[in-house]
Design a protein around this ligand. Structure first.
Ligand code: IGP
Length: 266
């Protein structure tokens, strides 16, 4: 069993509890009370690096990262630094997140929000929208093609964008075949938790230039953003570095708006 299998098993258990408390038809009925989803694509696709800044308390690879007693204060600090979108971890067991964090940030911040979780069922997609998300993550490694397509199409029907996450060539082919507009290249292998900063540069040339590439994980500072931008990233998804920084506003600002020397490579 890989780390990913183990995480998804826990996610499914927690999900079963929520679903029996609030069945899908009732959850769906709540969607009519939710404001329409915001579109993160214009900001992410614009020239110059964009930052998707993450609210993340801990992770299976690093353990405790930051307490984050007030996720709204952190998200507001990210917004003040010019973040293009905010990612909120909602997985509880391994990442210390919650849907309550997502709802709290939604109520306070006008930026597009990514629900960051291990989404494997329709219920979680509807749930994301019901709690105010504008964007959902779909991890290709965790889904078969039929489920990937079904969840992708459901998210789009609900007005959300999908960040389709890949880590190798085969997953990248599957994301492209799906028609993914936003492709996230995770430097971390979720089956082993190993980080490889060279994965982005290997996979980026396989992705058509009309797609928006996001470099995810292990971004330690401006130099990493510059490297990813030079390799074709439009955006970076950053958690650990930002939650540990004493001045997250300045940190987001420093990583934003960087352009590739000599023009965009793709
Ligand atoms: O904290 P980091 O190394 O900056 O990583 C952020 C983000 O990329 C990471 O949290 C992530 C990327 N894909 C995921 C899938 C599930 C959970 C978490 C993730």
């Amino acid at each position: 069993m890989t780390v990913l299998d183990d995480i998804v098993a826990g996610v499914r258990e927690d999900l079963a509890r929520r679903e029996s408390a609030l069945p899908l038809p009732e959850l769906r009925a709540r969607l009519s009370d939710v404001a329409p989803a915001l579109d993160p694509l214009p900001a992410l696709a614009a020239p110059g690096s964009s930052v998707i800044a993450e609210v993340k308390r801990r992770s299976p690879s690093k353990g405790h990262l930051a307490d984050i007693p007030d996720p709204v204060a952190l998200a507001s600090a990210y917004a003040a630094g010019g973040a293009a979108a905010i990612s909120v971890l909602t997985e509880e067991r391994r990442f210390g997140g919650s849907l309550a964090d997502l709802a709290a940030v939604r109520a306070a911040v006008d930026l597009p929000l990514l629900r960051k979780d291990f989404t494997v069922t329709d219920y979680q997609v509807v749930e994301a929208r019901a709690w105010g998300a504008d964007l959902v993550l779909l991890i290709v490694a965790a889904l078969d093609d039929d489920t990937l397509r079904r969840l992708h199409d459901l998210a789009r029907e609900l007005g959300m964008r999908v960040l389709v996450e890949v880590h190798d060539e085969a997953e990248t082919e599957r994301a492209i075949a799906l028609g993914a507009t936003l492709v996230g290249v995770n430097a971390r292998n979720l089956k082993t938790l190993a980080v490889d900063a060279d994965v982005f540069g290997r996979l980026a040339p396989l992705v058509p230039t009309d797609r928006v590439l996001v470099a995810e994980s292990g971004v330690g500072g401006v130099a990493d953003v510059e490297r990813y931008v030079a390799e074709g990233a439009r955006a970076v998804l950053v958690g650990e570095t930002l939650v540990k920084d004493g001045d997250p506003t300045a940190a987001v600002r420093a990583m934003s708006g960087l352009v590739a020397a000599g023009g965009a490579p793709r």
